[in-house]
Design a protein around this ligand. Structure first.
Ligand SMILES: Cc1cc2nc3c(=O)[nH]c(=O)nc-3n(C[C@H](O)[C@H](O)[C@H](O)COP(=O)(O)OP(=O)(O)OC[C@H]3O[C@@H](n4cnc5c(N)ncnc54)[C@H](O)[C@@H]3O)c2cc1C
Length: 423
């Protein structure tokens, strides 16, 4: 039987100090509400070597969380200037499309810098590092959450902390413990593998021919391979994604770099990317299998005392670039609803109303986004049935409508009534 060594009473307990958790704590802090964040690792955590690409909806959400936040975030990354999309068939480039971005409407920010920027603004006394949620249970009008933690003084012995809260927010990412306790499902493997690296490259040696802030997306028409290159000022970012059907990558003793090159060698027309990978130091290359979460109709538990946000609620195929943006949107919207609840001193009813309103607004939006992300995933079997029936022109119309709809944030969150595919 575990022994509770410490007890805490808080109004709002956020599990997870990633992008959604910290952004929510900050959004609430800006509204005069103190929420506590419990993160299993350190905050900021070790660099996952990833980059977040944020468009208009994400920028508006950041501004809603804290005015000026998007500008500070951009200083840690770079505003995107233009995006070039090149399709490849039989090793040859067959078409190129270029989108010029309006000033300050999209940015690339390393994941680590995004987390550090958020952490910088959140009061240090509300962020509890090295606290891993074990389980939660109802307690009076709220919940009781049990954490395993390591004290600062002796970092080997595990202790138990019981946190009593009016609302527990599960912002604990794709491998969410809160979701496991609430729903019991697991992430879905997308049979895609991704290699990515953020390389310090002030003289553009690793990536050539891309202007400052330019993004180049290159994809094979059959969907088996795609890559993204970003000139992010002092940094070059590259991402390579490929279908992986038979786990041919996991059972080898090769390094990530060698595996990436071995796979790439099977295709013609990717010499430039091959060169980029060769020039990247091995230790900077992150390899991972891509996962998502099947959409849920409900993100709450125990009559509105527990709520999921961010990847825990709606992790989606990363290719749509909405992961960090929707984490910020969630945090922004939930801050607004909880501010309302704070006027009733977080009564059980006021929290329930906030949670219900949040779900009504967000669940339909994220279901639509999930459908679009599945359509973008490389594997045809992930495409929803109705999408397979669309002609190329209809798919193009959907892509334009989708972009307009998400960028209209915070308007039309549940769906754009003037659209055909994003209603
Ligand atoms: C390589 C890579 C590239 C990406 N690129 C993009 C991109 O270009 N654009 C984009 O929009 N998004 C991108 N994303 C996705 C984006 O990073 C995520 O969608 C976003 O981080 C989700 O935020 P979150 O807070 O929900 O989850 P996370 O940021 O994963 O945070 C969850 C936190 O919860 C903590 N935690 C987990 N379990 C527990 C527990 N039991 N107790 C306490 N704490 C716990 C974890 O340690 C973690 O810190 C990318 C992600 C990766 C990995």
């Amino acid at each position: 039987m575990e022994r509770a060594e410490e007890c805490m009473n808080v109004d709002i307990c956020i599990v997870g100090g990633g992008l959604a958790g910290l952004a929510l704590a900050l959004g609430l802090q800006e509204r005069g509400i103190k929420a506590h964040v419990f993160e299993r690792y350190s905050v900021p955590r070790p660099d996952p070597g990833a980059v977040t690409y944020i468009g208009e909806n994400g920028i508006k959400a950041l501004e809603g969380i804290r005015p000026g936040l998007s500008t500070v975030m951009a200083e840690e990354g770079i505003y995107a200037t233009r995006k070039k999309s090149i399709s490849v068939r039989d090793g040859k480039e067959v078409s190129t499309k270029i989108i010029e971005f309006a000033e300050k409407t999209a940015m690339s920010v390393p994941w680590k810098s995004a987390q550090q920027t958020l952490a910088k603004f959140v009061d240090v006394d509300v962020v509890h590092s090295s606290h891993r949620l074990l389980y939660y249970m109802p307690h009076q009008d709220g919940i009781e959450a049990h954490f395993e933690y390591v004290s600062d003084k002796d970092d080997t012995e595990k202790h138990i902390k019981v946190v009593k809260a009016r609302l527990l927010v599960g912002a604990d990412g794709i491998w969410s413990t809160v979701r496991k306790l609430m729903v019991g499902d697991a992430p879905r493997c997308l049979n895609l593998v991704e290699w990515t690296a953020v390389v310090k490259d002030p003289n553009d040696r690793v990536v050539k021919g891309l202007g400052m802030g330019e993004i180049c997306v290159r994809f094979q028409e059959d969907g088996k391979i795609n890559c993204i290159l970003v000139n992010a000022g002092d940094y070059t970012i590259w991402i390579l994604r490929m279908a992986e059907r038979k786990s041919q990558l996991s059972d080898t003793n090769l390094s990530s770099k060698a595996r990436a090159l071995m796979q790439l060698n099977k295709y013609k027309g990717w010499e430039e990317l091959r060169e980029t990978i060769i020039q990247t130091p091995e230790e900077l290359i992150l390899e991972r299998k891509l996962m998502d979460r099947l959409p849920l109709n409900c993100w709450s538990d125990l009559d509105g005392r527990v709520l999921l946000i961010g990847d825990a609620a709606h992790a989606q195929f990363i290719g749509s670039g909405q992961g960090a943006r929707t984490a910020y949107e969630d945090s922004h919207q939930l801050s607004i609803f909880l501010e309302e609840a704070s006027h009733s001193f977080f009564s059980k009813e006021s929290i329930k109303t906030a949670v219900r309103s949040f779900e009504e607004l967000r669940v339909p939006r994220l279901k639509k986004m999930h459908g679009y992300a599945c359509h973008l995933a490389l594997l045809p079997e992930l495409k929803p049935d109705w999408v397979r029936k669309l002609s190329n022109e209809e798919v193009l119309k959907w892509a334009i409508e989708f972009r307009n709809w998400i960028n209209a944030y915070p308007n039309f969150q549940q769906g754009d009534p003037n659209s055909t595919y994003c209603k």
